[in-house]
Design a protein around this ligand. Structure first.
Ligand code: SF4
Ligand code: SF4
Length: 678
């Protein structure tokens, strides 16, 4: 390449490399200062152990960080992102090479003299064109298509950075293109980007080419260091934090984090939950820095879709801005209550309605390409609201009932097994301490007391009886599983329920627990300690159908079209998608159609957890009504669920929406049992 490098020229009487060193030292010093300031808040966050399972973490980093597996869930945006990401990877070497050339420390020179040199030059040139094209494409998409999910994102910053990346590509192209025209060495390489620039510069005077060469170099170096320092100031901080955030991602699903990591007994804690930004764990603060503002979380959030005052993306953006405010680049406002007159974080910057609007469905977390967590943060803020009695008043009675009677209805524990008296011809054993049984059927509160859920529990008991399973229920010994209580933020009461249920479970010998609803299944499996062998009824019965213990015989009406709704706590939180579908396919002549939003993109019914007792006025329509519409759009007239809460919500939405003639809801267990006898 060209023998005279721009740093070998003199500028203002000084050799160029003096300027290169000045830019390098100033740029890096400022960068490390900003990173240091940003790290202060992370370091002041609460503990969060994220180093276990290093092998799995490295493999996830490769899959989701480097290969970017989640990006193509939004196909074209994902393709653009992957092109730019890989451009950064390939061109990172080029940037270091250009900087070190300027410092008169060409560390890559020996490597570039090998066969790798021409190969890399061609590759980086190709990627410059790819990145340039991707930036142009991204700018046009934002400007012309204007995806709704970008609403509220920092659009100007996005355009600015896309422009800056394009500028970096162009300056390198013209730096190399001018060199190509001045180079007399006759070396032949395939350099598509540089050749394009050379074509544009063709016929220029040698002086102009030399000027273009030098100016391009200096502009490139200046833009590079400017870019580096601009990143941690806004949403493009993710370029630095995304890979660590993916590496430290949560490895398990379903469970809620403890009130404080490393503290066994919550009575030791002065306060519960999150009130101020430093109460979040360090990883959750890293999350705030990592949001790309892509809006995929809000695009999939059912609360956002029906007009509730919750957009997960905006929640993160507001809290990131708050982080920057609490830990500014100059000065530091560590700890303590907010300054007088400043808005409180919980209840102010993030309103109580935002916090209670979440159904904990997990759609946001499933979609986020950089694994930002929401549910634990929201529950932590709820813990603070509950502790300071800022919860909706409707919760008080529910929590009092659970505490006094072990169920949210306030009904006597002695009546917990009354539903089995109605079961003609199906004996159901109510177990006592010291009993032994193969399958312990954990019915939970709704299955025990709510008429609709009771009928699902009865169907399960009937199915178990027909299959000849030795099973029993806990009856009055059973307490509410606590799933809702924990997700409401009442950690103390959840711990009490857990203790009492574990004491009972330890007194009975059983092989497996089968649950009616996915919430009880989730909490017993993921929130309770130890390794309870717990399965949801769909998993249990699919095995019975598979091994021939049960045979669905009765044929269904041919004209009915069924669709299966994946309950959030069965699907997204526990990955059970196939067992219910397999059961449905085992039923003779059942026509099954999938909704567009199915499996891990299922749309929450709005039931379960706090939504049972919290009505919010700012709703355009109920989630269950929206879901029924989706079922209709798929061409179904029967929506099948495997969760009593989904069932109750759909049944109600069909009635209130006057859709009885077009749609009906069935629970999968009821459907299966109805086909077992011809
Ligand atoms: S868990 Fe569900 S409701 Fe809550 S913020 Fe995420 S997507 Fe929205
Ligand atoms: S939280 Fe994740 S999905 Fe939501 S806007 Fe940020 S990066 Fe995108």
């Amino acid at each position: 390449m060209l023998s005279v490098h721009p740093v070998n020229d003199t500028y203002l009487g000084l050799p160029g490399y003096v300027f290169a060193w000045a830019i390098f030292i100033a740029g890096l010093s400022l960068f490390f200062y900003i990173i240091y300031k940003r790290s202060l808040l992370i370091r002041s966050g609460e503990a969060d152990p994220r180093l276990a399972s290093l092998g799995r973490r490295l493999s996830d980093l490769l899959t989701y960080g480097i290969i970017q597996k989640r990006q193509p869930r939004y196909l074209w945006a994902g393709v653009i992102h992957i092109m730019i990401f890989w451009g950064f990877v390939v061109l990172g070497l080029r940037s270091i090479d250009l900087v070190t050339q300027g410092l008169n420390m060409p560390i890559f020179h020996p490597l570039m003299q090998t066969a790798f040199g021409p190969f890399y030059d061609s590759l980086k040139d190709l990627f410059e064109l790819i990145v340039l094209g991707a930036c142009l494409w991204a700018i046009l998409r934002r400007a012309l298509i204007r995806p709704e999910r970008y609403r509220g994102s920092h659009q100007f910053e996005a355009y600015f950075v896309l422009g800056l990346i394009s500028f970096l590509m162009l300056t390198d192209m013209f730096y190399e293109g001018s060199a190509l025209l001045m180079d007399q060495s006759g070396q032949v390489k395939w350099l598509p980007a540089s050749e394009l620039a050379a074509l544009i510069l063709q016929g220029s005077a040698p002086r102009f080419l030399a000027g273009t060469h030098a100016v391009s170099y200096w502009l490139h170096i200046l833009a590079l260091f400017f870019f580096l320092n601009f990143l941690p100031l806004g949403k493009h901080f993710h370029i630095i934090t995304a890979l660590p955030n993916v590496f430290f991602k949560r490895l398990s699903k379903g469970a809620i984090k403890p009130a404080r990591w490393g503290v066994e007994d919550i009575d030791e804690l002065e306060s519960l939950g999150v009130e101020k930004i430093e109460d979040f764990t360090w990883k959750h603060i890293l999350d705030f820095y990592t949001c790309t503002e892509c809006g995929r979380c809000s695009d999939n959030c059912p609360a956002n879709a029906i007009g509730r005052p919750l957009s997960p993306k905006m929640l993160t953006i507001k809290l990131r801005d708050h982080c920057f405010d609490r830990a500014p680049l100059f000065g530091w406002k560590k700890g303590g209550a907010p300054a007088e007159g400043a808005q409180a974080m919980v209840g102010g910057i993030i309103s109580n309605d935002e916090i209670w609007s979440c159904t904990t469905c997990g759609a946001c977390e499933e979609e986020c390409p950089v694994f930002i967590e929401y549910i634990d943060k929201i529950i932590d803020m709820r813990r603070h609201l509950i502790e300071t009695s800022q919860n909706p008043k409707t919760f008080n009675q529910v929590l009092m009932h659970v505490e006094k009677t072990g169920n949210p209805f306030g009904k006597p524990a002695a009546k917990r097994a009354d539903w089995i008296k109605e079961m003609e011809g199906t004996p159901v054993r109510a177990l006592s301490e010291g009993d032994e049984v193969d399958v312990l059927f954990f019915v939970d509160s709704y299955g025990s007391y709510d008429p609709a859920a009771q009928s699902i529990a009865s169907d399960i008991a009937e199915g178990l009886h027909i299959a000849g399973i030795d099973f029993g229920i806990l009856g009055p010994l059973e307490k509410d599983s606590g799933h809702q209580v924990r997700r409401m933020g009442e950690e103390g009461l959840f711990q009490l329920l857990l203790e009492e249920n574990m004491e009972t479970l330890n007194e009975i010998r059983f092989n497996r627990i089968v649950t009616t609803d996915p919430h009880a299944f989730n909490t017993l499996k993921n929130d309770y300690p130890g390794s309870l062998q717990v399965v949801h009824y769909t998993q249990f019965f699919v095995d019975l159908v598979d091994n021939g213990s049960l045979k669905p015989l009765k044929r269904l009406e041919k004209e009915d079209m069924y669709t299966y709704h994946d309950p959030c706590y069965l699907g997204r939180h526990n990955g059970i998608y196939d067992a219910p579908r397999k059961l449905l396919r085992a039923i003779p002549s059942l026509n099954l159609v999938e909704m567009e939003r199915s499996r891990d993109r299922s749309f929450c019914c709005g039931g379960g957890d706090v939504m049972l007792w919290y009505e919010i006025e700012q709703e355009e329509m109920r989630m269950a009504e929206k879901r029924i519409q989706m079922a209709k759009e798929a061409g179904a007239n029967v929506i099948v669920t495997a969760c009593p809460f989904c069932y109750i919500h759909f049944e109600d939405a069909i009635k209130t929406g006057g859709m009885e003639d077009e749609m009906r809801v069935v629970d999968l267990m009821g459907l299966l049992v109805s086909t077992l006898r011809n």
